[in-house]
Write a protein that binds this ligand. Structure first.
Ligand code: AHM
Ligand code: MG
Length: 334
């Protein structure tokens, strides 16, 4: 039997391998793991909402019942604010970034960006949801408050990124730029345990994941590529939670698309909170992450916290095929 390696042990061990490590990064990742466990506990009892009370009411113990995404946002912010390692937090749930005051005057060097509970349409119906996070080193002087420039950094500047999938099991998958590893929460001991070491996604696949209900709203090249997937009998899977959909293709191979539509001419998914971290993981796992206009997601310029982008990411060969369709049909007048 293999010895169990907990997330905390793994994080500490890998950080120790780096020269001059202060341990602050390990503490930060450990705190993300703690917040994820708290959110997981709440996600697990979401089905009891009718017994415990609905949002806006008070439950049997007199507490206010919150919507799960609001709860997740608060828990992550609370946990990260007390970590002492973070000077600012950017969340998809907040209009602007949150400044975290230095703990006992000790300057913190990281900012965290996150989508605390992604897949909002799944929350009330017991279908899997996730958390997405990215970690940047601050750009502003360490002795002052964090600034917008600390958040408006490209994907290539990420020092780590990951997601937590609250599914049939709860998993945390993350990378610090040296491969991707996955940890499954063992509820009996309350620990994330190393379960998927050095994840490499298949170079090809036959899953495609897109909201095909918007087919007529996509550009011609995307429609032609989707027709191609269908002609080849690729299997369509769309959970409506980016974390879950990408998690599948990480392991089984495939492509995830959220193209620009007439409603969202620049795409719907948030570059900072969703696209960069997921693109970072996909690339670390050997895949490719482009926009539907064929730019590398990680290189996209960012000027606003809530900037959105189209995405086409997944197995290298499938994204290559998609690229050919964009090159062939992208210039055609529709
Ligand atoms: P959210 O952050 O409000 O949950 O929106 C992001 C989600 C993604 O997880 C998912 O891929 C997409 O929105 C689904 O959108 P749609 O319902 O338009 O297909
Ligand atoms: Mg989201």
């Amino acid at each position: 039997m293999n010895r169990i390696v907990s997330l905390d042990e793994f994080v500490i061990r890998t950080e120790k391998e780096k020269p001059h490590s202060s341990g602050s990064f390990s503490r930060l990742l450990r705190d993300i793991g703690i917040a994820a466990k708290i959110v997981n506990r709440e996600v697990n009892k979401a089905g009891l909402v009718n017994i415990l009370g609905v949002e806006g009411s008070t439950n049997s113990t007199g507490d206010d019942v919150q919507k799960l995404d609001v709860f997740a946002n608060e828990k992550f912010i609370e946990t990260l604010s007390y970590s002492g390692e973070v000077c600012g937090i950017g969340s998809e749930e907040n209009q602007t970034f949150i400044e975290v005051p230095a703990d006992k005057g000790k300057p913190a060097q990281y900012v965290v960006v996150m989508d605390p509970l992604d897949g909002s349409s799944n929350i009330d119906v017991n279908v899997s949801v996730g958390t997405i996070f990215g970690i940047y080193r601050r750009k502003s002087p360490a002795d002052g408050p964090c600034q917008l420039e600390d958040f408006l950094q490209k994907g290539t500047e990420l020092v780590a990124a990951g997601y937590v999938l609250y599914g049939t099991s709860t998993l945390m998958v993350y990378s610090t730029g040296n491969g991707v590893n996955g940890f499954t929460l063992d509820p009996s001991i309350g620990e994330f345990c190393l379960s998927h070491k050095n994840i490499q996604m298949p170079v090809a696949g036959n899953y495609y994941s897109v909201n095909q209900g918007y087919y007529l709203k996509f550009d011609l090249e995307m429609r032609r590529y989707i027709d191609h997937c269908s002609d080849l009998n690729y299997r369509l899977r769309y959970i409506g939670s980016m974390v879950s959909d990408i998690h599948r293709i990480m392991f089984q191979g495939g492509i995830f698309l959220y193209p620009n539509t007439r409603k969202y001419p620049k795409g719907k998914l948030r570059l900072l909170y969703e696209c960069y971290p997921m693109a970072y993981l996909i690339e670390q796992a050997g895949g490719t992450a482009l926009t539907c206009k064929l730019e590398r997601v990680m290189d996209m310029e960012i000027t606003e916290l809530h900037q959105t982008s189209s995405v086409a990411m997944g197995s290298r060969d499938m994204v290559k095929d998609m690229k050919e369709f964009v090159e062939k049909y992208g210039a055609v007048i529709q």
